[in-house]
Design a protein around this ligand. Structure first.
Ligand SMILES: NC(=O)c1ccc[n+]([C@@H]2O[C@H](COP(=O)([O-])OP(=O)(O)OC[C@H]3O[C@@H](n4cnc5c(N)ncnc54)[C@H](OP(=O)(O)O)[C@@H]3O)[C@@H](O)[C@H]2O)c1
Length: 429
């Protein structure tokens, strides 16, 4: 049987599982491919570190040349993470005519198109299915099974850490800080959670999804981004009473000749499947003109789910090598669709105001909103405090322009009868 050598860069949470699967299931995987898929070397920083599996002596190395200079290795799996040295490693592997598999969303979101061009130049494959939602196959269906569709919209929960925190806040009425600490104690959130809670990770994934779905380059910096750290459990309760869950949504939608790309907390109708996605799970809802609405749901993180996808990419390449042909990497970005400025988007809004409990306050709110052409669909008064003489007013609007809502809210905040604008959350249908 022909041998196809594999080199692994990184033997951490995902790398260890990938190495274990490749070694433990070697006979079955080779049978599927029609060639022997052999893990030859794994790059680490620290040889003395405890690993979750007893790997064969001689597998681990700290010298990347042991992989890049080995002519028997034709597939390199990058699982180091972060932008550098991962990007340089991928460039080096491709330039040495080796195929690359990665789970690195940051590198693919920022440099995917250039790396794919380099891979085409060197006639090698670059696969990155695990970079978005780890164990859920979504990029490949977008590029293959849905190729006949015009994609109209993507609404997705792509970050398990924030979804875990939001689920805790909703179901256990926990403040954000307590829910975050629980996520950190369980290993779902990093000691520095910025990338997750500020929506940076979700923006990388949305940039990849939107580029493939709409065939246009979408950079992470094109994605409007708001995190979850300012959310208050009160709004989860009020939203639920109004028929919504609060989720961190990644949204890409074609609007006329432009594209909306945004990541922010959103009120999601309780009867929409995304509202039922709890804990660390992920889901991607895709609307295509032919197929209608599809929802991909599953585990969006973890060594097991990610190894499932990474190994599948390795097997696809190995099968192509074994059959003597290589399917070239594809990222058909042959359109140039401008990203709509956030000020121009139109959606519905939820906001909560702390107001003085005095006659005329609702009339003042109505006047300001009316002047900015923001039309109210519901108003609820909550939490009357007879001592402080304050109340909470919750307002839902009809579809309105972002800029009008922001101007109106700014004006409301300056009114003497209004103490504070406590929350402003977009509503997605
Ligand atoms: N974890 C997940 O659930 C998940 C899900 C989807 C995608 N991903 C992506 O998968 C990739 C890997 O994530 P992970 O969680 O497995 O990371 P990790 O646990 O931090 O592992 C990183 C590995 O890379 C090695 N490494 C780091 N810098 C290196 C360097 N400069 N030279 C050589 N080796 C280096 C480390 O070596 P030592 O072990 O010696 O320190 C470690 O083995 C990332 O791109 C991540 O975004 C992860």
């Amino acid at each position: 049987m022909r041998e196809i050598g594999v080199g692994l860069l990184g033997l951490g949470v995902v790398g260890s599982e990938v190495a274990h699967v490749l070694l433990d299931r070697s006979a079955r995987l080779s049978e599927q491919v029609g060639a022997s898929v052999t893990l030859k070397k794994a790059l680490v920083r620290d040889l003395s570190k405890q690993r979750p599996y007893a790997f064969p002596a001689g597998l681990l190395t700290t010298n990347p040349d042991d992989i890049f200079n080995d002519p028997s290795i034709s597939i390199v799996i990058e699982l180091v993470g972060g932008e550098q040295p991962a990007l340089d490693y991928m460039r080096r592997a491709i330039s040495g005519n080796k195929h690359v598999v990665t789970a690195n969303k940051e590198v693919i979101a920022k440099n995917g198109y250039r790396l794919l061009s380099l891979a085409t130049e060197h006639q090698v494959d670059l696969r990155y299915e695990a970079s978005v939602c780890s164990g859920i196959p979504v990029l490949s269906p977008l590029q293959q099974d849905l190729a006949a569709n015009e994609i109209q919209a993507i609404h997705a929960i792509v970050n398990g850490t924030t979804n875990f925190i939001l689920t805790k806040m909703a179901k256990e009425d926990l403040p954000y800080g307590d829910a975050l600490r629980q996520a950190q104690d369980l290993g779902y959130a990093e000691p520095d959670p910025t990338n997750d809670v500020e929506g940076i990770d979700a923006a990388y994934k949305l940039a990849i999804l939107a580029s493939l779905a709409f065939h246009t380059p979408v950079r992470p910096s094109d994605v409007y981004r708001e995190g979850i750290s300012g959310l208050d459990p009160k709004d989860f309760t009020y939203a639920h009473e109004l028929g919504y869950a609060v989720k961190l949504l990644a949204i890409a939608r074609q609007r006329g000749a432009a594209l909306e790309t945004r990541v922010h907390p959103a009120l999601t109708p309780l009867d929409n499947q995304l509202a039922t996605v709890d804990g660390v799970f992920n889901a991607v809802q895709i609307d295509g003109d032919l197929v209608g609405t599809l929802v991909f749901y599953g585990r969006g993180a973890g060594g097991g789910p990610t190894s499932s996808t990474v190994v599948a990419d390795v097997l696809t390449i190995a099968r192509n090598i074994a059959m003597g042909g290589i399917i070239r990497p594809r990222m058909e970005l042959n359109r140039r669709i401008p990203v709509m400025p956030m000020a121009d988007i139109e959606t519905r809004y939820y906001f909560r105001l702390s107001v003085m409990d005095q006659p005329g306050v609702l009339a003042q709110i109505g006047r300001v909103l009316g002047e900015h052409r923001v039309s109210i669909s519901a108003v609820i008064q909550k939490e009357l405090d007879p001592v402080a003489q304050t109340a909470q007013v919750v307002i839902l609007t009809h579809p309105s322009r972002e800029q009008s809502v922001q101007s109106a809210v700014g004006e409301l905040a300056a009114l003497p009868l209004i103490n504070r604008v406590c929350a402003l959350i977009r509503v997605e249908h």
